[in-house]
Design a protein around this ligand. Sequence first.
Ligand SMILES: Cc1ncc(C[n+]2csc(CCOP(=O)(O)OP(=O)(O)O)c2C)c(N)n1
Length: 437
Amino acid sequence: MLEKINSPEDVKKLSIEEKKKLAEEIRKYIIEIVSENGGHLASNLGVVELTIALHSVFDLPNDKIVWDVGHQTYVHKIITGRREQLKTLRKLKGIAGFPKTKESDTDCFNTGHSSTSISAALGMARARDIEGKNHSVLAVIGDGALTGGMALEALNDAGCSKANLTVILNDNEMSIAKNIGGMSMLLSKLRTKRTYTKSNVSIKKVINKIPVVGKPVVKIVQRIKRSIKQLVIPKMFFEDIGFRYLGPVDGHDIQELERMLKISKQLEGPVLIHILTKKGKGYKVAEENPDRFHATGPFDIETGEPKQEKKKDYSKVFGEKLVELAKDNNKIVAITASMKDGTGLTQFQKEFPNRFFDIGIAEQHALGLAAGMAKEGTIPVVPIYASFYQRAYDQVIHDIAMQNLHVVMCVDRAGVVGADRRNTSRNTRYGILQISA
Ligand SMILES: Cc1ncc(C[n+]2csc(CCOP(=O)(O)OP(=O)(O)O)c2C)c(N)n1
């Protein structure tokens, strides 16, 4: 079936049963390519049904879909005529691992750094309205990327915008490692919404039995009702900031996804569809180790074992040394912006859980937090990949350097990234020279 798919039109013609079969074939195809070339595996396996549903309901390039981070667009690339090209992933002059406007007019916006999609989509929606057009605009964002400040800033703006915009929140409970933070706590409450709806019914009964005597009491009772409702139906967070909340939806049920997407098309104003997916879906080893298969080198499909032994790299040496130093100095703390493994802090977390802080994909906050901790006498060590340090220029200068605070900033993966091209890699080197200057 996969060989017959050369454009989204070919997907639209399929029955639901055929789409399910296509989903299986796409998974197999992606696993084969990534096991040979390396790439982002688990996130792509998680969005197969979502991507099929999106291309069934919307018409690209007229409609616009902005993919947050963009590492999960292999399925989209396969469906939009780039199936064969995907075999050149992570090869010289090969296909990009992220959306590229130059590669296809169905990639409407370049991404790579996290948490940009809602801002860009809102911008496109506002431009559409000014131009008097009426196509759909969507942002697809993971629960990890939703921890980034830029995404929250955009939600804040979009919520009161009245713009027709759909945000699809792809909740797999994972960033690269397990997702953390208050937003993640909110989402886990939403996941158990059915239980909440039930308890809401019984609480309603109780509230309705409260005797009402005179106007002031009515007001108080109404206020209590509202706050209890807020407690038991947490979806109100999104609704209170101006979004219509739909979900949670099983993100592997194509029919249900299509139904929700069609509903969202009819609604006025900003809509958020909360979908639940499994990272690594359909490939057992990736389902069991989604963090290891977030991005991987070539591996053996049977066992999931890497084809090449991983050499000791900068991050490993750094992580070991930091643990050694922290044993002698209890003022040392470590902060990561959702990149514990990549930056070599896994062992540090195990040895010093109280001195380790994973603060979400929030580099600006990481440096602001470090500044505060340094001001009060601890020694924060903050390893962040060079490209992502760009997010925190202002905090490096305004919060740390200008107050002469003792924060240890560790920058790795500077230079030009060959295999995994994204739009930011070209200026990474330049950026980092600026920081050290
Ligand atoms: C500013 C920034 N910091 C860090 C990263 C590295 N990074 C890439 S994907 C990812 C996790 C994304 O999690 P989520 O949005 O939930 O998507 P999932 O892979 O789980 O589908 C991180 C931290 C990044 N791309 N951008």
